[in-house]
Design a protein. Structure first.
Length: 416
């Protein structure tokens, strides 16, 4: 691929196309886990019945349908509750029987004589010492919760330990992608020291209204166009250094570059968001505020990039993660006009797998880090789509001579 992309009439696809959505969800969805003891995992309309009970097994006290072992006997819920309340509240000394303690206890008569029902509970073997008072019940519940939390943490640690980390081949791929990014990322880690702030008086006084209600400050637009050509060139150079990209047909390389260029430039700006000055640093050298970028031609796209920058700040991405995100954006097989769709999809999956394994290696503390990070790919695709629409307004409102030739070649004729 030449540094200047050859003139080629291509159209990009809908950034959130069906193919891309399916591909993304494949990486967001983990393997489906089988449910243990699914027949007993939820309460049916008739209540939860343990698997160790025989069908319609009766309560040994009243003969009603039993629900399990309670206080050392197989009983129904009613007799379990009656026995527990009697012991906890010490009610049995006050119980009396009108018929000299000779009542027959079944599910119809059980509520007619408390004394005979309690005597029946004792006779069949229900254990008074197993009934806990309130303080012991609270302590038991607390212990159960603590054990549950402990097991949950142990499971998380075990899961983290069992997650696959990069293979030796993937480490080599990761190294090459990271080097490609570092060699084409202006100012590298020294961008804060080398950035220059766009003067406050530029981009704060829009003068040319556009058809969608936004305005373009031509002075700010002119400043931005000075850095756009080297920024695009660095994206092209990044792609040329990637394994597998150079093996694609030249026409496919051009389509992929046109499709991802704004997305990658937006990502590179977003990871250089500075919350203290509330600026993004463009192309590693120009720090701009939200309104300056908006009035300089990007309009609502500016809000999307700044919001992405704020969101990415919590991820604390390193160079490798930024580089792999760029590689995933580049190898998007749903761009319109591609000829080697399956090969490109395979390339993207190779990068995604290495990316996922690298995330496992990094062991971030943010819950669900991997799927959350993948969703940023969707955000960047949306930014690319919005910019394609915004570019039409810039062409109408800004003099043609202000547009660098490479800027026009990359962003003209995009589908909106």
């Amino acid at each position: 691929v030449n540094k200047k992309i050859t003139n080629c009439r291509t159209r990009r696809s809908d950034p959130i196309s069906l193919n891309f959505a399916v591909s993304l969800h494949r990486w967001l969805d983990g393997p489906k886990r089988k449910r243990k003891n699914s027949q007993c995992s939820v309460k049916s309309m008739s209540g939860y019945i343990p698997s160790y009970l025989e069908k319609d097994e009766p309560c040994v006290v009243c003969g009603d349908k039993a629900t399990g072992y309670h206080y050392r006997c197989i009983t129904c819920e009613g007799c379990k509750g009656f026995f527990r309340r009697t012991i906890q509240k010490n009610l049995h000394p006050s119980y009396s029987c009108k018929y000299d303690g000779c009542c027959i206890i079944d599910k119809i008569t059980r509520n007619q004589c408390q004394l005979c029902r309690f005597k029946k509970c004792i006779e069949v073997g229900m254990a008074m010492d197993l009934v806990l008072d309130e303080s012991k019940r609270v302590a038991k519940r607390r212990l159960i919760e603590e054990n549950r939390e402990r097991r949950k943490k142990e499971e998380i640690v075990k899961t983290m330990q069992n997650r696959q980390e990069p293979t030796s081949a993937e480490w080599e791929l990761i190294r090459m992608v990271t080097e490609a990014h570092r060699h084409t990322n202006a100012q590298g880690s020294h961008w804060k020291q080398k950035r220059k702030f766009l003067p406050e008086d530029i981009g704060q006084s829009p003068v040319a209204p556009t058809s969608d209600g936004d305005k373009v400050d031509l002075e700010a637009f002119s400043e931005f166009t000075k850095i756009i050509t080297p920024a695009i060139t660095r994206v092209v150079d990044f792609a040329k250094k990637l394994p597998m990209f150079s093996e694609l047909p030249c026409e496919d390389q051009i389509i992929l570059l046109k499709g991802c260029c704004m997305e990658i430039m937006s990502l590179r700006a977003a990871v250089r968001y500075d919350p203290e000055s509330e600026t993004l640093t463009l192309s590693g050298e120009m720090a701009v505020k939200r309104e300056q970028l908006k009035n300089g031609g990007l309009g609502v796209v500016s809000d999307a990039i700044f919001d992405l920058g704020k969101s990415l700040a919590q991820f604390n991405l390193d160079d490798t993660e930024v580089a792999l995100l760029q590689a995933v954006l580049l190898m998007s097989s749903d761009r319109t006009g591609l000829t080697c769709v399956e090969k490109i999809e395979t390339c993207q999956e190779t990068y995604l797998l290495a990316f996922e394994h690298y995330i496992n290696y990094r062991k971030h503390n943010i819950p669900h880090f991997w799927p959350k990070l993948l969703m940023k790919v969707t955000d960047l695709r949306m930014i690319g789509a919005c910019h394609a629409s915004r570019f039409l307004h810039m062409k109408v409102e800004c003099p043609t001579e202000l547009f660098p030739p490479l800027f026009l070649e990359v962003f003209e004729d995009q589908e909106v």
